[in-house]
Design a protein around this ligand. Sequence first.
Ligand code: NAD
Ligand code: DAU
Length: 352
Amino acid sequence: MTFLKKILITGGAGFIGSHLVRLMVNKYPSYKIVNLDKLTYAGNLENLKDIETSSNYEFIKGDIVSAEFIADLFKKYQFDAVIHLAAESHVDRSIANPMDFIMTNIVGTVNLLNAAKSNWSSTKNNLFYHVSTDEVYGSLGQTGMFTESTSYDPRSPYSASKASSDHLVRAYFHTYHLPIVISNCSNNYGSHQFPEKLIPLFINNIKNNKSLPVYGKGENVRDWLWVEDHARAIDLIFHNAKIGETYNIGGHNEWKNIDLIRVMCKIMDEELNRPIGTSEKLITYVTDRAGHDLRYAIDATKLKNELGWTPSLQFEEGIKKTIRWYLENENWLNQVTSGEYQKYYDKQYFNR
Ligand code: NAD
Ligand code: DAU
């Protein structure tokens, strides 16, 4: 079958990547979607069971850190576009072990950029889309928002590695005229997120009557966006962005951690038919994350004005939907927290 476009999505077995792959495979039968993923602890093909036999989908297991493997892959497949999500993504792990982040997030990105540069001629309609994070902008005080022109000020090994990769992607645009676009998004929540991140970790802990480790005083603020709204934004940007541009994506949905945790505790009590107040008793204040950024907030006006994107789901509805998904998908939760994944799930594995 001849496809209109052949798109390489990296990190498609992870949290956001699996939502994006599903959207693209289902929405664009005329595109061939190739999902390249190393299947680290965070990547799981269970996330894509529903589309794995689609005729416009192919999975390839591989490591973006191998330049040779990436070069061969590009030669073989002649991709028209890349949407690059593969990354080490958890801040706490980056504090314990920065090198994996340097290798995958920086070296891996450069390998992809080099392969795209060697294979794409200037006359073709190609695009290298780098999916990035708002953490590159650093930490806000009590007021203000990140815009696309906010200076970079990354403060964790994770955000420094993502900032480096953003800079390199832009450098390939300016130096080699590689057609690129970047988006920087706030915290995502939803189904299929590895339960090391705040929301799925706390849902799983409440379910198992385990303590809820709140870093510091729980006063840090995050701007939460439903993962499917992020995937929709990526689709829109991929198809409509001006080459070389950056777009911020965010939920306009700021929550102090402790307030969010209390809302989750209440919903969990209701869903589990426990007396209201039961889950809150599991809250335990623990030593703060080193260099813990106080607040993130995204100004997504550019994306709204230029491409008409706004979040579709209200947080109150989204968080309930998310909690129900984890409760109804016990097999998924058990699978990703057991067997070979156990050592990655065990909090002792990394020290904050
Ligand atoms: P994730 O950790 O859930 O998934 C990452 C995926 O990348 C996994 O499937 C993993 O197997 C794969 N991967 C890791 N190293 C690889 C390698 N060397 N080669 C090939 N594949 C590899 O991450 P996520 O939360 O889905 O984030 C996806 C992207 O979006 C990342 O680039 C992240 O920086 C960015 N982002 C995440 C958020 C968020 O809230 N989670 C917000 C903004 C931006
Ligand atoms: O802003 C986008 C970023 O959001 C992404 O780029 C990252 O990939 C993603 O992991 C996320 O980073 P955070 O560090 O904000 O997410 P995390 O879920 O780890 O933590 C959210 C907040 O909750 C943060 O202030 C730390 C706090 N926290 C987290 C955990 C895991 C706790 O208090 N206790 C915990 O056990």
